[in-house]
Design a protein around this ligand. Sequence first.
Ligand SMILES: C[S@@+](CC[C@H](N)C(=O)[O-])C[C@H]1O[C@@H](n2cnc3c(N)ncnc32)[C@H](O)[C@@H]1O
Length: 316
Amino acid sequence: MLPTDPMKKLSFKRHISDGDLVIVYEKHDNMKAVKVSEKSVLENRFGVFKHSDWIGKPFGCKVSSHKGGFVYLLAPTPELWTLVLSHRTQILYIADISFVVMYLELIPGCVVLESGTGSGSLTTSLARAIAPTGHVYTFDFHEQRAIAAREDFEKTGLSDLVSVGVRDIQGEGFPKDLVGRADAVFLDLPQPWLAIPSAGEMLKEDGVLCSFSPCIEQVQRSSETLASNSFTDIRTFEVLLRTYEVREAKMDQCQTQTQTEEGTPGARPFKRKQRASEASNWQADNSGSPSVMARPSGEAKGHTGYLTFARLKCIA
Ligand SMILES: C[S@@+](CC[C@H](N)C(=O)[O-])C[C@H]1O[C@@H](n2cnc3c(N)ncnc32)[C@H](O)[C@@H]1O
C-alpha cells in the first residue's frame, strides 16, 4: 500500500524544538548534524553551547557560546544533509543529484525505485521531490547499510516517505509487487545492466530510468541492454560543477597580479600560489578602491560518474 496521508510530509517548520535535527555550521567546510536535547551541550573550539538556548529560535540563527564564540543553526535540508551525512559508501553530490531529480521528472506523488541505497545521499533528495504523497522504495543488499539508512531517514523525518529493503537487485530484480508502479527508477550499482530488465518491468509506460556509473565501459554495456529492453531516448551526461570564490580586493593590486599571471587584464586576478598571503594583504592594504572579484574555486570536483537516462517505450 502506498502511503497517501497528506499529513505525512516533510517538515518545513521555521523554529527549533527539542528533539529536532539541526546542522551546526562553523564554516563552509565544517558542519555537523546535532540532535537538539534540552539538557545537552555542544562543545567545540568556540566554547560551550547550551541546547536549551537554541529551542524556540528560528532555523538560520546565530547562537553564542558562554565565551562569546558563535555558530549558525541551519535546517537539515537534503543539500546540507548530503554534506554532513556519515559516508558508508561513495555518495552522489549536489550537481549529479539536481540533474537526476530534474531528468527523472520527479514531482509530488511520484513512486521511485532506487538501488543501491548506499549512504542515502540521493534518497534524501528523491524523498523531498516526491513528498508529501509519493514514495521511494530503495534497496541495498548490504543489511547494515540498509539499517543505518533507515536510522538516518528517521532522524531526517523522511521515514514515512521512504521504505528501505534488503535485496540483491542485480541477482533477483525488484520485488514483483512493484511491477508497473514506478514513475522512475534509479540505479547506482556495479553491474546495472543486470537490473535493467527488472527495472523495465517496474516502470509505468513512459517512465524514466537513470543509471549512475563511474566508468564508460559500464555506460556502454548499460546502453546496449537498455536498447534491447524497450527503452528509448537513451542519453548519457557527465555533470561537472565549477564553484567560485568571491572576495573583496583593491583594483590596483588586482590589475598588477592579473598582468603578471596571464597577461590578460581582468581575466584571472589572483595567482594560485599566492592565494593565502594575498588574502591577508587585502585586509592590510588600504590604498585604491575595493572591488568584488570572483574566480573558480581550486576545490572544484572533477569526474564523479556518468548519468545515463532512458525512457520506457509506450506500447502504442
Ligand atoms: C555507491 S553506493 C550508492 C550510493 C548512493 N547513491 C548515495 O548517494 O548515497 C552503491 C550501493 O549499492 C549496493 N549494491 C551493490 N550491489 C548491489 C546489489 N546487487 N543489490 C543491491 N545493492 C547493491 C552497495 O552495497 C552500496 O551500498
